[in-house]
Write a protein that binds this ligand. Structure first.
Ligand code: PEP
Length: 249
């Protein structure tokens, strides 16, 4: 069972969202994979109520605030996203960290808020190109992972990790399967050290960064890769399905 998740970023309004689900026929790919789409918050309601959406395609929110309510103009809380029908929450996506300057501390607060309101957090970690060139991959991804996991302090429930090297997101550059496996191994070992072997083994670690139908099978069969988080290639139903068909074989 692989996890195939699509992050639509700031694309796909409500009408396009309904059209996507009308066109997406997941068929047997939904039996072999866990399928998740993260629409923009404004399209979440349309995704939930799309009459054509196969209910096996689950939904998530791309970002949450850590408070439940308050004077935070433009923000959405985890409790509100859950009320609309989200089941998952992306937390710490590289665009949140690098475009909106989100810190490890804020990511940790968001992970806890998601967990407390019944959303499964998908914690994104990943190094920049400069950090990779400086041989700092392990240091960076472990720091990001530890901040998120220690915030959960034992009562973690289910969560997922997405390893997304920043230099591979939206650039057409993809990590090699060996690079992905090596980073995932580092993350899995840290999960084992902090939460124990059972939790480490049941926590899916997804790879993200320019995944498309043509490279999905190779990445999904790499050791330690339990699924993929897909940006650009998830906007087209055929291409999302092509990736899903590569999973869970
Ligand atoms: C993403 O947005 O998480 C992502 C991996 O984007 P892309 O697939 O377009 O690189």
């Amino acid at each position: 069972m692989a996890v195939i998740a699509g992050n639509w970023k700031m694309y796909m309004g409500p009408a396009e969202t309904r059209a996507f689900f009308a066109a997406l026929q997941v068929g047997a790919a939904a039996d072999r994979n866990e399928l998740i789409i993260f629409p923009p918050t404004v399209s979440l309601g349309a995704a939930v109520s799309s009459p054509d959406r196969d209910p096996r395609v689950q939904l998530g929110v791309q970002n949450v605030h850590w408070e439940s309510t308050g004077a935070f103009t433009g923000e959405t809380s985890a409790i509100m996203a859950a009320e609309v029908g989200a089941k998952f929450a992306l937390v710490g996506h590289s665009e949140r960290r690098h475009v909106f300057a989100e810190t490890d501390e804020e990511v940790a607060l968001k992970v806890v808020a998601a967990r407390d309101h019944g959303l499964v957090p998908v914690v994104c970690v990943g190094e920049t190109l400069d950090e990779r060139r400086a041989d700092r991959v392990e240091e960076v991804i472990l720091r990001q992972l530890r901040a998120a996991v220690s915030a959960l302090a034992g009562g973690q429930g289910r969560f997922l990790i997405a390893y997304e090297p920043v230099w591979a997101i939206g650039t057409g550059e993809t990590a090699t399967p060996d690079d992905a496996s090596s980073a995932h191994q580092t993350l899995r070992a840290e999960l084992e050290a902090s939460l124990g072997i059972a939790a480490a083994l049941r926590t899916p670690i997804l790879y993200g960064g320019s995944v498309k139908p043509s490279n999905a099978a190779e990445l999904l069969s790499a050791p330690e890769v339990d699924g993929v988080l897909v940006g650009g290639a998830s906007l087209d139903p055929d291409s999302f399905l092509g990736i899903a068909l590569a999973g869970g074989g």
